[in-house]
Design a protein around this ligand. Structure first.
Ligand SMILES: [Zn+2]
Length: 458
């Protein structure tokens, strides 16, 4: 008797489990169909990138994109839309960056170099800087040549390693030269630095990105150089000295007011429990930030639109956040977390899309062992949509302060990484580089995760 009742109970549980999965599959199919058939993400990305363009913090386009965000959230059916004020740094490029190489062997005619000042870099002044170039392949080489650095332009030719299967690992490996190279060289009296771009794209486009000055040393100008010109310089320097003339105009204006733009679907059961999903609205200026992070922005908005369109009533309040100032300050992410903390809000989970609008492979999950176990059965629900690779790892820069402040689980969309660093922070990050279906599939997979966390928690 007892055995039979256990068996019956087992049947009821498993059957109930299957029915729940079927119901989830059905709702997910409606959500996916809504995004794939009636999706607005691609057209929203066209508007954001073509009508507004690059959106660096403090620029007029920053303000335009915030206004745009409010409008699109409203027309997408948000229950509530608002702007959360935060002060942002205001760095400007200050004109066209220029560099010319003069090689003893090639004579007096200089060769123009494809360069772009690094974000937050100071400029050279109107007269420019001209100095001999000292190439170092890495920081060890800098240390061993430190006596030769004074008065030179240090050329960091550290390579973006092709041996990493995931280019994000190559980026993490190399980016320290962009972030800290200037101060490391300034320590020994360098006048400026040229950094090999963080990419292995076959073109010659320089890739910008933020640097951080160490206040212990003088601030010196820093530029990124395209790979073809970097290779050319390395080759020339094997046999002859080279001088480079640099002219850049980067400088800071006083901090200015920016905003996180927030749209909300209010929870039906727990309106004061929050799930956050977002990307960053700012972008570097060589192009229009279509992959970085226009894609994450329009995917975030699309999830709100699709949930509303299929009539889904979330149990918890879902906040869709277009974060300010990820690229050169992270002030938006920090402000969002600080406000949440100040108001003693209850946060459950945060998801970010900031790795490009490419075919989704899955998610990078910053969660506990137990939570990682809990999400494993969900993978089946992602399989038809391609996002079923779950790995342990970081989530996203903008949601990181929230994750830290509340010790909550967080995740980042993990799109195929192979082409991201071809366009990252370069003139090639344009609308045309984004594929409509790949962009939409990213939104589909993010929407599924938001739905499952809302329904079952983590
Ligand atoms: Zn980004």
């Amino acid at each position: 008797m007892r055995r039979i009742s256990v068996f019956v109970l087992f049947l009821v549980i498993t059957h109930g489990g299957i029915r729940a999965q079927d119901r989830d599959s059905a709702l997910i199919a409606r959500l996916a169909t809504e995004i794939l058939v009636n999706g607005k993400a691609y057209e929203n990305l066209r508007d954001l990138t073509k009508k507004i363009g690059a959106r660096l913090s403090g620029s007029p386009q920053m303000a335009l994109s915030e206004k745009w965000g409010v409008g699109v959230f409203t027309s997408s059916g948000a229950d509530k839309v608002w702007m959360q004020e935060c002060m942002v740094p205001h760095w400007v490029r200050g004109g066209k960056d220029m560099a010319t190489a003069y090689n003893d062997k090639t004579g007096k005619d200089g060769k123009p170099l494809a360069i772009l000042a690094l974000g937050n870099s100071i400029g050279t002044g109107a007269g420019g800087i001209e100095a001999e170039v000292l190439e170092v392949t890495n920081f060890d080489a800098l240390e061993s040549k430190k006596d030769q650095v004074k008065g030179k332009i240090v050329f960091f030719s550290y390579r973006f390693k092709t041996s990493f299967a995931n280019p994000s690992d190559a980026y993490r490996d190399a980016v320290v030269y962009r972030a800290s190279g200037a101060s490391r060289a300034a320590k020994y009296g360098a006048k400026a630095v040229i950094v090999r771009s963080m990419t292995h794209a076959p073109d010659n486009l320089p890739h910008t990105g933020a640097l951080r000055y160490d206040t212990a040393y003088p601030r010196i100008p820093a530029v990124a150089i395209g790979l073809q010109d970097a290779d050319w310089m390395s080759n020339q320097l094997k046999t002859a000295a080279m001088r480079v003339k640099l002219r850049t105009g980067g400088h800071f204006l006083p901090d200015t007011t920016g905003h996180n733009v927030i749209g909300e679907l209010t929870g039906s059961e727990f309106p004061d429990h929050f799930i956050t999903v977002g990307g960053h609205l700012d972008s570097w200026d060589p192009a229009v930030g279509a992959h970085d992070d226009g894609a994450g922005i329009v995917q975030t908005i699309e999830i709100l639109r699709a949930l509303k369109a299929i009539g889904y009533k979330p149990r918890n309040t879902i906040r869709f956040v277009l974060f300010a100032n990820e690229e050169n300050g992270l002030r938006g992410g920090e402000k969002y977390a600080a406000e949440a903390k100040r108001k003693f809000e209850k946060h459950l989970f945060a998801l970010e899309s900031d790795a490009g609008g490419f075919t989704p492979r899955g998610f990078s999950l910053d969660v506990s062992d137990l939570q990682f176990e809990k999400v494993q059965p969900w993978r089946k629900l992602f399989q038809p949509y391609g996002g079923d690779t779950f790995t342990r790892g970081g989530s996203g820069a903008d949601v990181d302060p929230l994750k830290e402040a509340f010790a909550i689980p967080a995740a980042g969309l993990y799109p195929d990484p192979q082409r991201y660093f071809d366009v990252h922070h370069a003139a090639s990050d344009v609308f045309e580089a984004v594929n409509k279906r790949e962009l939409e599939m990213g939104a589909v997979n993010m929407a599924i995760l938001i739905y499952l966390v809302d329904k079952y928690g983590l």
